[in-house]
Design a protein around this ligand. Structure first.
Ligand code: OAD
Length: 247
């Protein structure tokens, strides 16, 4: 089916049923100049995932992990929401979208005005001590000198993002599963769906009767297995058209 017809159809379903949920990944922030993780400019092309982004790697050599974390923090701090983030916030304010479940740690959904955001992989706003679990606002301890911030107890702090090998925060996991089970449509936007358990949410939603709409310039493994409607294109291009059709 041509893309415009697909968008028309999804728009009709949204207007008819509402109660949609969005599951977003790094692709939605690409147009905010945050490279995705697995693309050509992606972090995982340059940093070994297990050495830099796993909890074992962090505990073994936090200074090394902080080289990657400083880079991620710097791009996130500069980034502004793009049209796709604003379109989702607008769909929520019109009562068509009930929540956004995001794997992103850039807080751009909230910056765009989305109110119900489930941060599945945490965020960069806080630092946490992996020894005594004390939390600090990132801005309070973070310096630009490349020296990892420390807790009052002396331990190097970690950003409050979920590293590989760490569990998903309990409340986020629980709320995301409930949203997936209770929505009538799950819009899967800009994720390669390669990281579990986030990549299980579309299957959970489908098993509960939701229509799965995937928005991504590239197909993923979900496209021919779990997705009902695949809309090729950028998040901003597709979501802005979807919003126009609702006017
Ligand atoms: P990936 O980098 O794996 O995938 C990004 C997806 O975005 C790809 O499928 C691209 O095709 C798509 N994409 C690129 N540009 C786009 C655009 N303009 N509009 C829409 N889609 C676009 O990122 P995630 O799937 O989010 O986890 O990665 C999941 C998790 O892996 C991340 O949360 C992170 C990472 O390791 C942790 O840090 C725990």
């Amino acid at each position: 089916m041509p893309t415009d017809e697909l968008i028309e159809k999804v728009s009709g379903l949204l207007a008819e049923r509402g109660n949609a949920v969005a599951l977003t990944g790094a692709g939605i922030s690409v147009e905010s100049d945050i490279p995705s993780f697995r693309g050509a400019q992606g972090l995982w092309e340059r940093y070994d995932l297990m050495e830099y982004a796993s909890i074992e790697g962090f505990r073994a050599n936090p200074e090394k992990s902080w080289r990657m974390l400083y880079e991620l923090l710097a791009v996130c701090k500069k980034a502004k929401p793009n049209a796709a983030h604003y379109a989702l916030a607008e769909l929520e304010s019109r009562g068509l979208l009930r929540s956004v479940i995001t794997q992103n740690v850039d807080s751009l959904h909230q910056a765009a005005g989305s109110r119900r955001v489930i941060e599945y992989h945490g965020n960069m706003e806080e630092l946490v001590c992996v020894s005594c679990w004390k939390n600090y606002p990132t801005d309070e301890r973070y310096g630009n000198d490349g020296v990892p911030p420390r807790c009052d107890c002396g331990e190097i702090l970690k950003t409050n993002v979920v590293l590989f090998g760490e569990p998903i925060p309990w409340l986020a996991r629980q709320s995301a599963e409930e949203e997936a089970q209770n929505c009538s449509m799950l819009m899967v936007i800009g994720t390669s769906a390669q990281v579990a358990p986030a990549c299980d949410l579309p299957r959970i939603a489908r098993a509960s009767g939701a229509v799965i709409v995937e928005i991504n310039p590239e197909k993923t493994w979900l496209t021919d297995t779990v997705t009902h409607m695949y809309i090729p294109g950028s998040a901003s291009g597709v979501l802005c058209k979807l919003l126009e059709k609702q006017a």
